[in-house]
Design a protein around this ligand. Structure first.
Ligand code: ZN
Length: 155
């Protein structure tokens, strides 16, 4: 199977079977993010204990890239500390800003080094307009982590 096809399969799987979908009972922080150019909307709710995001839920609608990226993000950050989430987010952003054809440099000692399913999103780099779709969940997460439950952000 060609890499592009594998990436497409992973993205479609998260789109059709989104992880951590819905709402939480105990919401310590939340944010709503919109990408007006594509019509993507995402609401992220977090349950935080100490320094750890113990639960996360995503609601919203939009294109397959925005929704599958948010699903992958929830898988990657659930149960992680703020520092670990920052590391994973910076790995994601580094991956999305790589030059065409460049390889992701993996350092197994770093918590965000292995991005798993998220690596499927690097195919999106070929379509600059879709990078905002892929980044929406992550930007909304960062906004939620600032605290409070009435935050909104537009990308
Ligand atoms: Zn989109």
């Amino acid at each position: 199977m060609a890499l592009q096809d594998l990436y497409r399969e992973v993205i479609l799987d998260h789109y059709k079977n989104p992880r951590n979908r819905g709402r939480l009972e105990k919401v310590d922080a939340s944010a709503e993010g919109v990408n007006p150019m594509c019509g993507d909307e995402i609401t992220i709710e977090l349950t935080i204990e100490g320094d750890t995001v113990v639960d996360v839920a995503v609601d919203g609608h939009g294109c397959s890239i925005s929704q599958s990226s948010a699903s992958m993000m929830t898988d990657a950050i659930k149960g992680k500390t703020r520092a670990e989430i920052e590391e994973i987010t910076s790995r994601f952003r580094a991956m999305m800003s790589l030059d065409e054809g460049a390889e992701l440099e993996l350092d197994p000692e770093r918590p965000g080094a292995v991005l798993g399913d998220i690596e499927a999103l690097q195919g999106v780099r070929q379509y600059p307009v879709r990078i905002k779709c892929a980044s929406l969940g992550w930007t909304t997460l960062a906004e939620a982590l600032k605290g409070g439950t009435d935050r909104t952000i537009s990308v």
